[in-house]
Design a protein around this ligand. Structure first.
Ligand code: LMR
Length: 339
């Protein structure tokens, strides 16, 4: 080393400073968490994903960096679950109606018609000790459940008015992968078609399907009201998300990272539930205000006819879940089946 450079470095060392051009002690690279989802950044899940990103980065002091991929930009419904199992993505929040195709059929039970129409019943179910057993079913597939998020009750949209159960006869209805949703559509006389969320707008626009059921915030943020003429407020089912991770990834995180991340999960869950309740109520008004879709709220008498048509699905599904399991779910949720 030339003498001048040596004496300069000695001087810097003595002064305890390094010139700006010299590299500082290398910081370990942040842990990257990819959070993929299928909805708009403006939907409750989109907002919650960004909230989680901010909290996770803050609480871990930058040891974690969260990359959020909305609108199926990374993976569609089925692929994102496979990618999570493979570890290509670390966090998702799919609807619990999407676990059946993975071989975890128990979560389909939450799609039993009218079981979770009511907010209190949903919260009671997902906070109950029964979830410990159900979570194990996901863990056996390499999936770590972190939290459950309540996105409210479903309404139907269609190109025809859906007032009486008979109105469904012969209509092609998009459903998620759950076998209970399939049975419910068939009980109404419709033809169910499983389809990824990302393909739905175009399928509605081109008439590949006649209708679908969803929460108002998705109908608004995906602009389904542009390609559907009628909306029925039926609240016949419910959209619950499971915030999930790759179990091996999560368990392998150092304690000083996993703990603040768990705190971020808890706070994001509260944020999600508050946001979803507000956004779904607002969305219904905004959809109606577009004037592009006619909104019909089922009367008590109309709803009774829907319940009568759909309750046999509960009985039919005893062969899938076992009578005992369904009765335990009734007990936990406080649901009383209409006779
Ligand atoms: C759907 O597929 O309709 C929903 O589960 C999409 C979502 O994630 O809200």
């Amino acid at each position: 080393m030339p003498m001048r450079l040596f004496s300069r470095l000695l001087l810097f060392t003595l002064l305890g400073v390094l010139p700006a051009s010299m590299p500082a002690v290398a910081q370990p690279a942040p842990i990257i968490i990819k959070f993929s989802h299928v909805v708009s950044p403006d939907a409750p899940k989109g907002k919650a994903a960004l909230k989680f990103r901010d909290l996770a980065e803050k609480y871990t002091n930058g040891k974690v960096k969260v990359e959020v991929y909305p609108n199926s930009s990374l993976y569609k419904d089925k692929e994102e679950l496979e990618a999570l199992q493979l570890g290509s993505v670390q966090i998702l929040a799919p609807s619990t109606s999407k676990f059946g195709p993975l071989g975890v059929k128990e979560f389909d039970v939450f799609d039993l018609p009218f079981l979770l129409s009511d907010d209190a019943r949903e919260r009671q179910m997902f906070a109950s000790p029964m979830m410990a057993d159900l979570n194990k079913r996901l863990e056996a597939k390499g999936i770590g459940p972190l939290a459950y998020w309540d996105n409210g009750a479903y309404v139907y949209t269609c190109n025809k008015p859906l007032i009486r159960p008979e109105d469904f006869r012969g209509l092609k209805m998009r459903i998620q992968g759950s076998k209970v949703l399939d049975a419910a559509a068939r009980a109404l006389g419709a033809i169910p078609q499983i389809m990824a969320f990302s393909e739905l707008y175009q399928a509605l626009q081109t008439g590949v399907v006649d209708g679908e059921d969803n929460v108002p915030s998705n109908i608004l943020t995906q602009k389904f009201y542009e390609v559907q003429k009628h909306l029925t407020v039926s609240y016949h089912g419910r959209l619950t998300y499971a915030m999930i991770t790759n179990k091996k990834f999560w368990d392998g995180l150092p304690e000083e990272v996993r703990k603040p991340l768990a705190q971020a999960v808890t706070e994001t869950t509260d944020f999600f539930n508050e946001t979803a309740a507000k956004d779904n109520a607002d969305a219904l008004q905004k959809i109606e205000a577009t004037g592009k879709i006619q909104v019909h709220v089922l009367t008590d008498a109309e709803k009774k006819a829907w319940i009568a048509k759909l309750m046999p699905v509960h009985k039919e599904m005893e062969s899938r879940f076992g009578k005992d399991f369904i009765e335990r779910i009734y007990k936990t949720t406080g649901f009383t089946p209409a006779s």
